[in-house]
Write a protein that binds this ligand. Structure first.
Ligand SMILES: [Zn+2]
Length: 299
């Protein structure tokens, strides 16, 4: 774990999934918990090294790689967990994450491993957009929907912990199809993010970005990627196609080799988000023919 002090007492704990730690008046506020108990222990050790215990944990969104360690911290320390509505429901009922990926049916075993299904935790308080006081911490909760339906970031003074609103260039290159639940919302979030009044932007993966050109550039790259995914879906609909054919077409287009069911279902969710965006714009529609669901151009 690489720790970067973004501002006095505001730390970005960079690892597989990043966390944040804010230290004020001898107390610590943790932002996200990483994938599992090991990640949460690393954060805890770092906080202890700074001489603080955890007052609360803020969870940005219900993806197992960000809240998988929450169960451990809650059990071990009894620390209260804060999370946005809907995301909180998924954290308390973590089968919902693989359930969604698997189309609402009891998920296969592969989708029940720790990368897509965290241990359950209990959320002490549902947070909404706006100012929030937690012990000595005065923070702002900032809606960043799209990657997850009700993802929220947390602003501490001039640092915004912006969760998975933006992925680093490395991820864009490696994964091609980045995960997205609501493409229109994600594009809108990416348009707003660089205009927000913060000096540093600390995402859930990769390094932090400075205000101005740095955050603008990475947001533009993320927007371009989502638009390219949607464009590839649109282009593949020269002829009506089913969802899995579109996943294949988009993956091929990015030169990806999907080798696990999990990778396939994650890519499929993003393709469905693109279809939903196109459907909302009146460009495509779903039709059922000969017991097949096909996507076709609406005009
Ligand atoms: Zn995520």
């Amino acid at each position: 774990m690489n720790t970067v002090e973004l501002a006095p007492g505001i730390f970005h704990l960079q690892g597989g999934s990043n966390m944040g730690l804010v230290v004020r008046e001898g107390k610590g506020l943790l932002i996200d918990t990483g994938l599992d108990e090991d990640a949460a222990r690393r954060a805890l050790r770092f906080a202890e090294g700074e001489g603080v215990g955890l007052e609360a944990v803020f969870l940005t969104h219900a993806h197992a790689d960000h809240h998988g360690g929450a169960h451990f911290l809650q059990r071990r320390l009894g620390v209260p967990l804060y999370a946005p509505a809907l995301e909180a429901a998924m954290m308390e009922n973590p089968v919902m994450e693989p359930l969604f990926l698997f189309g609402g049916a009891a998920p296969i075993r592969e989708l029940r491993q720790k990368f897509t299904m965290a241990p359950p935790c209990q959320i002490a308080r549902i947070v909404d957009a706006g100012p929030l006081e937690v012990g000595p911490f005065r923070v702002d909760v900032v809606p960043l929907p799209g990657h997850a339906l009700n993802q929220m970031g947390i602003a501490v003074e001039d640092v915004l912990f912006c969760a998975d609103a933006v992925f680093p260039a490395e991820t864009l290159q490696k994964h091609g199809v980045i995960f997205c639940a609501d493409m229109d919302a994600a594009l809108e979030t990416l348009a707003r993010l660089p205009e927000m009044p913060y000096a540093r932007f600390a995402p859930g993966h990769g390094p932090a970005y400075g205000a101005g050109e740095e955050i603008r550039e990475i947001c533009a790259a993320n927007r371009a990627r989502l638009e390219e995914i949607r464009e590839r879906v649109r282009a593949a609909l020269a002829h009506p196609a089913d969802t899995d054919a579109l996943v294949r077409s988009v993956a091929d287009g990015f030169g990806l080799r999907l080798t696990t069911a999990t990778a396939f279902f994650l890519a499929r969710a993003t393709v469905l988000a693109a279809l939903s965006s196109l459907e909302r714009a009146g460009e495509v529609k779903a039709v059922v023919e000969e017991n097949r669901l096909l996507w076709q151009k609406a005009v």
